[in-house]
Design a protein around this ligand. Structure first.
Ligand SMILES: [Zn+2]
Ligand SMILES: [Zn+2]
Length: 149
């Protein structure tokens, strides 16, 4: 299981937005904190369920996610099932965005997405000479689905 990200304080959420050139809004701060408080990528439906009790409607949440994604703070993952999933872009301890984001493995049965270590990409790159691999998506069957069959 991926390491749980450290929760983002109000100040560091503000810093991240500032570095990304975004104005600090309550919705953006809530979104960053919501995404930092969980272990893997989340769908917009899951994010809505978290933030709607705080008074944000789904269009505000969608706009916020779009802003955070285009600024590079958040990564939007598309695994081909037409459901986007969102997570924070990998950061260095200084809060800067890392050049490359970690890759994922997706369960073809239930769509669950797991985070893989960043160096997984390096290990593949060695086997494909001359290529610069920027992203990697593995497909498989997760433990829970494998046990059902
Ligand atoms: Zn599964
Ligand atoms: Zn991930």
């Amino acid at each position: 299981m991926p390491a749980k990200e450290a929760p983002i304080s109000l100040e560091s959420a503000g810093d991240l937005l500032k570095k990304a050139g975004l104005r600090k809004t309550v919705a953006r701060v809530h979104l960053l904190q919501c995404l930092a408080s969980q272990t893997g990528p989340r769908t917009q439906a899951e994010i809505n369920a978290d933030l709607e009790p705080h008074g944000f409607d789904s269009s505000t949440i969608f706009r916020g996610l779009t802003d955070l994604t285009s600024s590079g703070l958040v990564v939007r993952l598309d695994t081909g099932d037409r459901i986007w999933r969102f997570e924070l872009h990998d950061r260095t301890s200084d809060g800067d965005r890392t050049e490359r984001h970690h890759p994922h493995v997706v369960c073809v049965e239930c769509g669950t997405l797991w985070c893989l270590p960043t160096d997984t990409i390096e290990r593949f790159s060695d086997k494909i000479p001359g290529w610069q691999i920027s992203d990697l998506l593995l497909r498989g069957t997760c433990k829970a689905c494998a046990q059902k069959t």
